[in-house]
Write a protein that binds this ligand. Structure first.
Ligand SMILES: [Ca+2]
Ligand SMILES: [Ca+2]
Ligand SMILES: [Ca+2]
Length: 190
């Protein structure tokens, strides 16, 4: 054990003790470095575990035959809800229904998805509107409508300056802008 001894000149530790102290200091620094490295390892490990869990959830979802909530349909790995036949809502109210279930109104980005959605109802609300800025059509996730090939001929026409929400119909298989307060069936996507 290192005892602090004083030589005749008071205040001078003996050199054996100094060596011991510097050795302990080095040990302490090494432990600090090690602890820091362990912390980094632990952070990385946590991140890796999070990624692994997410992937595992995705694998489970894909392996199951019923990957979506009860009553929802699967299409290309996404889940869709189609409102009960005969029940209709305004665009905003339809959207609220979807959001309360962790989803949003359907965003149609491919011809396949369009065909999948239009077969459900005569007229279905979709998550597309120009409510914020006239003729600037945006999906409910904030993305712009890039492919404008899905409008019916002559649409969107903003009839009577009061058409700011979009629907698709089974007959037209194309988008049309209509007043948002109208009541239609709706489709959610998650
Ligand atoms: Ca979609
Ligand atoms: Ca409009
Ligand atoms: Ca229209």
């Amino acid at each position: 054990m290192c005892m602090v001894k004083y030589s005749k000149a008071i205040g001078h530790q003996d050199s054996k003790c100094e060596n011991r102290i510097s050795s302990l200091t080095a040990d302490r620094d090494a432990l600090r470095d090690e602890r820091y490295q362990l912390k980094l390892d632990s952070i990385n490990l946590t991140k890796e575990m999070e990624v692994r869990d997410t992937l595992q959830e995705e694998v489970n979802r894909l392996n199951l035959n019923e990957p979506c909530q009860e009553g929802w349909k699967t299409f290309n790995g996404k889940c869709y809800y189609f409102s009960t036949s005969g029940v209709t809502r305004s665009w905003e109210s339809s959207r609220k229904y979807c959001k309360e279930r962790g989803a949003d109104l359907v965003i149609i980005t491919t011809k396949e998805e369009l065909n999948f959605v239009v077969q459900s109802y005569r007229v279905t609300w979709i998550g597309l509107s120009d409510r914020e800025q006239e003729n600037s059509w945006k999906w409910v996730d904030g993305s712009d409508l890039i492919d404008d090939g899905f409008w019916q001929v002559g649409e969107p026409n903003n009839h009577q300056n009061d058409e700011h929400c979009a629907e698709v119909s089974r007959s037209a298989k194309r988008f049309n802008d209509v007043p948002c307060e109208r009541k239609f069936s709706w489709a959610c996507e998650n």
